[in-house]
Every structure is written in C-alpha cells, then in structure tokens.
Write a protein of this length. Structure first.
Length: 254
C-alpha cells in the first residue's frame, strides 16, 4: 500500500520507519555525499567559536565536515534519527535554544517533507534563535530536475511508503523571505554522489538511502543509469550518479 495515497507523511513519520536503513546507507559509504555537504557549508563563512544548528541532523552527518572549532547542536524531529545521531529531539515549531544564540542553521535535503504550516513556524523559530546577521541555509531538491523526477516517480513507485516531495521552485526565497529574514543568496549546484568501485555495493547504497524495497538490483540499475547517469567515472575511480540541490540562504536583519 502506498501510504501517500491518503496521507502525505511528515518527515518524522517517514524516518521513524526507515531511518535505520538511511543511516546504514550513510555508514556503508560515508564519503558518498561529500560534494553535497561541502557545498552546504560553502554557502556561508564559518569561524571558530560559532554555534551551528543542524536540523534535521539525521545521524549527525554535517558535523563530520566542520573543520572549525565550533559548537554544533544537532536537532531531530525523528526519534529513530535522534537516537542514531545522539541528537536532541524537537519540533519544527519549537527549537530548544535561547533567543539570539545561534550563528548558522543548516537544513539539508529534508524541507520537501515539511508541511507548509511547519515551514512557516520553523522560519519564525530560526529568526528567534539566530543572532543578528546570522544565516539560515536550506538546501533541497528543485522541481523539474532529474532528482525530483527520480524521487517523486521511481522512488514513489518502488518505496512501500511512497515519496511525494514538495520541492523548491524559483519562488521559494520570495515566499519565505521577510523584512526580518532577508534572502541572502540562492545557488543551484550540480555535483556527484561518489560510491565505490563495486557496482552491487553502490546500488545497495541507493536502495537503502531511498528505501527502495519493491525493486530488484536490475530495476534500480536501469533506472539510475537512465535518470541519474549512474556510471563508473575514471576521475573518481568509482561508480557515481549526477545530483543537484538548490541552496537558499536567509540572513537575520539588523
């Protein structure tokens, strides 16, 4: 049964059911999304001593890429991910931090599973906890891209929970920006996910990452070759896919 037919599941509902598989994928090839996470961090200037919020933190993945001496606070709305990443539980509408206490907030590849009412509350909470000129970075898939089609068509068909993502469009920054939270930058970035030189391991990563429990190896392989240019790249000496995210940066006004 596709549960999305009657109810578009929230982030916490999805990953309370398949967070372990997602985390197993990230553990199977920890470096697979290096380009994605480094692109996230490159949207802002990070300095020693900063307080950085990662929400939702999954298995606390962003902290692996932070080279500065910073205070990272991982937050989660999924109980399963909170346990896996040793993160603090919260809701999108109530972040457990004091006013004006954070320098940067990162939100990577999750907003498409957040309801509109919670998006608005989250933006308000981000404004509350950020310091003046603090930055909120929201990265997600963009509409009408190969990644969007793969997720909302193939994954939606072959994942027992389905997948209906409300992805970013060109109006995203205008919709959520305000006098208090100004649009600071918008960057659409292409990159690769780099797996290993083992084709079966690489497909297993994708199977776990996206919860593709209703398709066999051959079906997944044919789809990712067609949609995401899955291939072995000489420059990486590994199997890769093409991926892309939109990185929207908001700044708390003075």
């Amino acid at each position: 049964m596709n549960l999305y037919e009657n109810n578009n599941l929230k982030y916490s509902e999805i990953f309370d059911q398949r967070g372990s598989d997602y985390h197993n994928a990230m553990s199977l090839i920890p470096s697979a999304r290096d380009y994605e996470f480094n692109s996230l961090l490159n949207q802002v200037t990070i300095e020693d001593g900063m307080t950085i919020i990662d929400i939702p933190s999954g298995g606390n993945y962003v902290s692996r890429y932070l080279k500065n001496k910073v205070n990272v606070i991982p937050l989660e709305t999924s109980e399963v991910f909170a346990k896996l990443g040793n993160s603090q539980m919260c809701s999108w509408s109530a972040l457990p931090l004091e006013n004006n206490s954070a320098d940067i907030i990162f939100c990577c590849a999750a907003f498409h599973h957040v309801e509109e009412i919670d998006r608005r509350k989250f933006i308000n909470e981000a404004h509350r906890i950020l310091k003046t000129n603090g930055k909120l970075v929201i990265a997600d898939v963009k509409v009408n891209t190969a990644a969007a089609r793969f997720l909302n068509e193939f994954v939606n068909t072959y994942n027992s929970l389905g997948h209906i993502g409300d992805f970013m469009d060109d109006k995203f920054s205008n919709i959520y920006a305000s006098k208090e939270m100004k649009s600071y930058a918008s960057n659409f970035i292409y990159f690769t996910w780099v797996f290993s030189d083992d084709i079966e391991e690489s497909i297993q990563y994708l199977k776990l990452m996206f919860g593709i429990d209703k398709a066999d190896f051959k079906t997944i392989l044919e789809e990712v070759k067609k949609t995401l240019n899955f291939s072995k790249r000489l420059e990486e000496e590994a199997y890769c896919i093409d991926w892309a995210l939109n990185y929207e940066v908001f700044s708390k006004a003075e």
